[in-house]
Ligand binder design. Structure first.
Ligand SMILES: CC(C)(COP(=O)(O)OP(=O)(O)OC[C@H]1O[C@@H](n2cnc3c(N)ncnc32)[C@H](O)[C@@H]1OP(=O)(O)O)[C@@H](O)C(=O)NCCC(=O)NCCS
Length: 167
């Protein structure tokens, strides 16, 4: 598997929306993706992971002063468990100049895969927003997570940047 990480372009929106529709319980619309890509003044931006020439994953972020907020991350089912999400997040963190002081996100309490991904990158739980997300049967908590960053942290993350080859 040949992987390329790059900034997302408006032309990537259909692929990003299709991935989100396939994997997210509350997918964004194409208009929301386009807005995020065109929201330079709000500090919002996105990266995509192309595997073998096709967009297979993305991350949407927002820089607010010295904070980096992760708004959405998803990887197509066919490309999951190959390190794409970890690579995307590490690349975003490594690419920010000046480096952010911290990275913040929220995740559904039931999202075992995403929680493991974030914990593996060093994120820790700061608290919960009770009954924040709708579910098929009711509501569930949002887990609020953060990663404290410093000038020493980025080099520690960098050795993991290479995606795992497909078997
Ligand atoms: C969460 C998600 C983005 C992970 O993408 P991915 O490219 O498959 O993740 P990676 O291959 O980079 O995995 C990195 C680590 O995350 C954890 N992880 C990923 N998927 C997992 C799963 N299904 N179960 C348990 N842990 C998982 C593992 O610790 C993994 O490391 P390992 O493979 O060395 O064990 C993907 O499952 C997805 O798109 N889910 C639906 C959308 C979503 O939930 N987004 C997050 C919103 S907050």
């Amino acid at each position: 598997m040949t992987v390329q990480l790059r900034r997302a372009l408006p032309a990537d929106v259909p692929a990003m929306a299709a991935i989100d529709a396939a994997v997210s319980p509350s997918p964004w619309s194409a208009a929301q993706f386009l807005d995020a890509l065109q929201a330079g003044a709000r500090g919002e931006f996105a990266w995509v992971a192309e595997a073998d020439g096709a967009v297979q994953g993305f991350v949407i972020c927002q820089r607010i002063l010295d904070e980096l907020n992760i708004h959405n991350v998803a990887v197509a089912p066919v490309a999951q468990r190959r390190g794409l999400a970890r690579c995307l997040l590490q690349r975003v963190l490594d690419d920010e100049h000046p480096p952010p002081r911290c990275c913040l996100l929220e995740v559904r309490a039931s999202n075992v895969a995403a929680l493991a991904l974030y914990r593996g990158l060093g994120f820790s739980e700061d608290g919960r927003r009770r009954d924040y997300y709708p579910t098929a049967n009711g509501r569930e908590d949002a887990v609020l997570m953060s990663l404290q960053l410093s000038s020493e942290l980025s080099p520690q993350l960098s050795p993991q940047l290479s995606p795992q080859p497909s078997s």
